[in-house]
Design a protein. Structure first.
Lengths: 118, 397, 166
């Protein structure tokens, strides 16, 4: 095929339709008898108190920040890993320098206590 | 027999001839054949998924010294079908205050993100969906859609437990994505390609588990964490948040989450096999692709069994331990392993195969040894400081 | 119209509609989800242009990391997910004018490029290999590659600052 992404695109479309088909089948066959008790929020039988969309612990955001930075880093490493075989030896050292700079960053946030769960 | 050596090509050419003889344009018949192949392939994957329900239930039963399903069909083999029928005809309950569109979209994306992975799975030498030159990153990309589906489910359910479960699961998944990508970078370095087809073909001489045993270990740990399976299953800690992000889902919507989880585990077993255990390679697999596909499924099943083995053996860990294990141990170790692999590979890549494999294996073992010694030294330090601080307490008694 | 053009117009419509929904919907989480649709559309456009690496990186980084960060940030700061404030301010005609002028300028510039309207790039046999070798070869972009690492380090330090202030 000319562009493999046409195949991937078809795959994505069919792969989304099949779960939808399962839900449609269920919607056609399943009973539907809603009542207020059945639809109330499930908290093991307790009455719900206060807001349901609870505030989020700030710590999660810190880990998301750290993840974002290392995610971008690993994306940069893929081109480096791809061309190691075609390039001379010192190219491997370029990647090592790149990783060492970011390991220093990891050490820094570790010492600052950003990786500790409080 | 050409059918045995290249079944896909034979079927493709036969269908192409038939369709063009009906007077269809070339591109249209190509499109229709590919669409047909995709629908058949995904249907096959879903049938496999249904059988995985039986495998999972039977294996967990044996681990817990029970019999498992044994009433419907031989060895309870047909048990999943009544399960599915039950899921389909159960009432679908949408809780009050739920965000309806997002609530319905989440289970669909959850299963779909796993099905997407199968587009790049190399089943055999000449049987594969598509040979993408960025297949490994495609794998990560599909995983991030799975992460998204979980946070959508947790938020849309309008339930405290669901939201807490989703937070934990997402923190877990995004954290362990870093070691996962590092483990994917290692075969990329060894082959110089991100295509799963080329990576599998490069293992005709030796499996990459010999070249990078630590890489294989890193991959399976990160995969178990990505799956949210025990010991990383704090997203569904039954005793605290009941079942986490899918607490409000009933009937088939819950079924989609469940099917997605099982298929995801099996798929990661398959990727483990393809990346580190030679994929479809085996005796006569080169000539007879169907045999290769059989080897691949067997190896994937073994990988899946390892994931289940860990799940039903190891207890759940606390969230601070989970995050510390990743950020203070697995991530630094992964980066060090990556540097060592890159340098050793660049030095040894021109040398004969036995020297290359021995050198790479040795470098991995040295990294492992230094890590173990470092951990032992730290444990000793912690023990000494704990003993020093506890002595006056003992004297009081 | 070729298949490529049909795909382009469909995806372009998806991008425009979801981008419009990002700024008009009042529910912040919905806005983030529409933003994800926009970013996914951009990834599809990259894929149709044969920029395979950019297409997957778009999904991995933007949907997998940045969009998740947006959702986390919304959940962190707002207890009430609905934004009741007015969606426009008195300066909106000026903003619309500047946006349209920028679009016109960009369209004009793109039309004057020497390979504008080319259907398929024939520059590289293997764009992925060309990209990866250019990024690390000393004659090309190895310095920006290493500087990117320093930039990420700076971002990490900034993240520590934000985290410690809270």
């Amino acid at each position: 095929m000319q562009n493999p992404w046409i195949y991937v695109g078809l795959f994505l479309v069919v792969g989304t339709i099949i779960p939808i088909a399962a839900l449609v089948m269920s919607a056609l066959l399943a009973p539907r008898k809603p009542n207020p008790i059945k639809q109330s929020t499930y908290e093991c039988g307790m009455e719900t108190v206060g807001e349901n969309r609870v505030q989020f612990k700030a710590q999660y955001y810190v880990f998301a920040l750290a993840f974002l930075i290392f995610d971008v880093e690993t994306v940069f490493l893929f081109p480096w890993a791809l061309s190691l075989n075609a390039m001379p030896f010192f190219v491997a050292l370029e990647g090592v320098v790149f990783i060492l700079i970011l390991l220093a960053g990891l050490y820094y946030i570790w010492q600052k206590g950003m990786l500790d769960w409080v | 027999m050409e059918f045995l050596t290249d079944p896909i090509k034979v079927i493709y050419e036969w269908l192409m001839l038939t369709l063009t003889s009906w007077g269809w344009a070339g591109w249209l018949s190509q499109l229709v054949i590919n669409l047909l192949a995709i629908v058949l392939f995904i249907t096959g994957v879903m049938v496999l998924d249904i059988l995985l329900v039986w495998v999972e239930r039977k294996v967990v039963a044996r681990f817990q010294d029970r019999l498992g399903p044994n009433r419907v069909g031989p060895f309870g083999l047909f048990q999943p079908f009544p399960d599915i029928i039950k899921l389909i005809i159960k009432e679908d309950i949408t809780p009050n205050g739920a965000d309806k569109v997002v609530f319905n979209l989440a289970p669909i994306l959850s299963l779909a993100s796993v099905i997407f992975l199968w587009a790049v799975v190399p089943l055999a030498s000449r049987i594969y969906g598509v040979d993408l030159n960025v297949a490994l990153l495609y794998l990560v990309a599909a995983g991030s859609i799975g992460t998204l589906s979980i946070i959508m489910a947790g938020w849309a359910s309008n339930n405290k437990y669901a939201l807490l479960g989703a937070y934990r699961m997402v923190a877990n998944m995004i954290s362990y994505e870093i070691p996962m990508i590092i483990a994917l970078l290692i075969p990329t370095i060894l082959v110089g390609s991100m295509s799963l087809k080329l990576i599998t073909e490069a293992q005709s001489g030796y499996w990459f588990v010999l070249v990078s045993p630590l890489g294989a270990l890193l991959f399976i740990i990160a995969a178990i964490a990505e799956l949210g399976r025990s010991p990383f299953d704090l997203n569904e800690g039954e005793s605290e948040i009941v079942s986490g992000y899918h607490i409000e889902y009933t009937g088939m919507k819950f079924g989609l989450f469940y099917a997605g989880e099982l298929l995801h585990a099996f798929t990661f077993g398959g990727f483990w096999a393809a990346l580190f255990f030679g994929g479809w390679h085996g005796p006569w697999a080169e000539q007879y692709p169907l045999l290769g596909a059989f080897y691949f499924v067997v190896k994937a099943m073994i990988g899946y069994w390892v994931i289940m083995w860990v799940k039903y053996t190891v207890p759940r860990i606390r969230i601070d331990h989970m995050l510390a294990f990743n950020w203070k141990f697995l991530t630094p170790l992964g980066f060090i392993l990556l540097m060592v692999t890159a340098v050793t590979h660049s030095v040894l890549r021109q040398s004969p195969a036995w020297l290359y494999v021995a050198g790479m294996f040795l470098s991995n073992m040295i990294v492992a040894l230094i890590t173990i010694e470092g951990l032992r030294a730290q444990a000793r330090r912690q023990r000494i400081s704990a003993e020093a601080s506890s002595k006056p307490v003992v004297a009081d008694h | 119209m070729t298949v490529d053009q049909v795909i382009f117009f469909l995806v372009g419509a998806l991008i425009l509609v979801s981008a419009l929904m990002v700024v008009t919907t009042r529910n912040l989480i919905h806005a983030a989800l529409w933003l994800i649709a926009t970013l996914f559309g951009a990834a599809v456009l990259y894929a149709t242009l044969d920029a395979t690496f950019l297409a997957v990186v778009q999904v991995v980084v933007y949907i997998g990391a940045i969009a998740i960060m947006f959702i986390f940030a919304v959940m962190l700061t707002r207890r009430n997910m609905l934004d009741d404030a007015s969606q426009t301010n008195p300066g909106w005609p000026w903003a619309a004018f500047i946006a349209l002028a920028t679009f016109a300028g960009l369209a004009l510039l793109a039309g004057q490029m020497h390979n504008a309207g080319a259907t398929q790039s024939e520059l590289f046999a293997d764009p992925l290999a060309a990209l990866s070798q250019a990024l690390i070869s000393p004659e090309a972009y190895v310095l920006p590659f290493e500087v990117a690492s320093v930039l990420l380090l700076a971002a990490l330090v900034g993240a520590v600052y934000i985290a410690n202030r809270k």
